[in-house]
Structures are given as C-alpha cells and as structure tokens.
Ligand binder design. Structure first.
Ligand SMILES: [Zn+2]
Ligand SMILES: [Zn+2]
Length: 208
C-alpha cells in the first residue's frame, strides 16, 4: 500500500526499491534462523554458567576425586544433554561406585534439568611407583607452564620400557605447541633414568 501511495510521486522506481527491501529482509531472516538452529548443535552458546554448576556439583559429591572432559549439548528446554568423566578410587566397590554415579546423574536431571551421562575413571591411589612418576611429570609440566593440567595418569609396562599414558589440558595459547611439549617432557623424564619411558599423551584444549 505504501508502495502504491509513494508510486505517484516517484514513478515506477519504487517497485524495484521495495523488491530490494523484501529480498534483504528474506535474506536476513534466513541467516538468523540458520544461526539460531545451528549454534546449539555445535555445542556453542552461553552455557558457561551451567558448566560451572555441573562441575561444582560433581566435585562436591562423595567419593569423587576429580572430574574432566565435560561436554554440554543444549537443544532447548528439557533437551539438555551432557557427559563428564568422574574419577573414583579403584578400590571402591564397583556396585558402590555405580550407585554413586547413578545418584549424580539423577540429581543433575532434577537440579539442572540436564540429562547427564557419567564416564567412570578408576584412579589408582595406592601405587607408590605410579605416584612418584606422576609427581615427576607434574614437575615437568609445571616448569613448561603452570596452567597445564593433567588427568587420567596410567603406567603400563611395554617391552623396551615403561609407558606413561595421560591427558594434558592446555591453555589456548599453547594449542600449537603439542609436539614441543611432548618432546620436552620425554627428554626431562628420561634424564638420569635407568628405565626408558615412552609417553602416550592425549591433548585437550581448555574451554574458553
Ligand atoms: Zn577420563
Ligand atoms: Zn547405571
């Protein structure tokens, strides 16, 4: 209607102009709709608060030594799914650990409306040799950068030596230094040592 009114003053140019306005509007709605639909699917979004709440709650639970690798996928109200690794002493009975894990999952649904799945990581707490090796690795990574954290530390014997398997969480600034870090730890841990150590490291980058 506006177009018809203005048309009298401006001739037929207005038709093309209105056409342009309409197509820009369609383009804009299309892009914002696509963005709204896709970003939660990519696990993106302002769920830092939920992540903090979940982590704090899990860490406060009985028997939990630590937790890591939290992933949150929010598909809308009542459709929030998450997973996390929870460390529990390997000497705690499997049925008891499972009971505790089940309880945490149910509580998270009640408290935070989040369907949480917990991956159980048994932690060895009474192996002196593994403990000493872990301390050695911790000292190495502390020297490289105190912001690096370590989890899931395991020791296994492989024929020419001893294999150390663990995960390192790097600050974003060190994302491209993985090989360097691995070589540095490898050199440091094998210095003045009768045993030959091999490293099997899984790198993660801290959530921003
Ligand atoms: Zn783990
Ligand atoms: Zn279960």
């Amino acid at each position: 209607m506006i177009a018809t009114l203005v048309e009298h003053g401006m001739g037929y140019q207005i038709d093309g102009f209105m056409g342009l306005v309409v197509s820009l509007f369609v383009l804009y709605s299309g892009i914002s709709l696509a963005r709204e639909t896709v970003s939660p699917l990519l696990g993106e979004g302002a769920d830092t608060e939920l992540r903090d709440k979940l982590t704090k709650y899990i860490q406060s639970c009985e028997m939990v030594i630590g937790c890591h690798d939290l992933m949150v996928h929010d598909y809308g109200p009542g459709q929030c799914f998450a997973s996390i690794h929870v460390e529990i002493d390997k000497n705690v009975d499997a049925l008891v650990s499972h009971e505790a894990i089940d309880r945490m999952e149910r509580e998270c649904l009640k408290k935070f409306d989040t369907h949480l799945v917990i991956h159980y990581d048994p932690v060895i707490t009474d192996d002196k040799e593994a403990d000493a090796l872990k301390q050695k690795v911790l000292v190495c990574i502390g020297k490289i950068n105190p912001q690096i954290t370590l989890h899931d530390f395991r020791v296994s014997r492989c024929e020419p030596g001893i294999r150390l398997t663990f995960d390192l969480v790097l600050p974003e600034s060190l994302e491209r230094k993985k090989n360097q870090i691995q070589e540095q730890i490898q050199a440091e841990i094998n210095r003045d040592s009768a045993d030959k150590y091999f490293l099997d490291i899984t790198f993660d980058v801290e959530d921003r």
